[in-house]
Design a protein around this ligand. Sequence first.
Ligand code: ZN
Length: 112
Amino acid sequence: MNGTSASKICRVCTGEYPPITYKNYEFLSQFLTERGMIKSRKLTGLCSKHYRQLAKNIKRARHLGLLPFTTISAKIRPQELKALFESSSATKRKQEQSADEHLGSAETESEQ
Ligand SMILES: [Zn+2]
């Protein structure tokens, strides 16, 4: 009823896609966004069972160094990185005033 019938059927179930395993990391990489995050279930078009399997195997592949972790430092703007850093270390911030100098080095490699 909603959308095409093709997108509703999980392609792993139909056998259109190869089995989901970390060994198939080149195949799994198509389910990652350019930032290296796993695409949402809707975008992948997989059923819940296979989506869970996908997420599990992507994480496994990351640990083996086959797939990237979120490439947050490469794409994010220095200001955003700074905000992120500050929010994560908000409690320590009073003591650590050198944090800003630390971020200075990250700014230089923000361009690709
Ligand atoms: Zn499936």
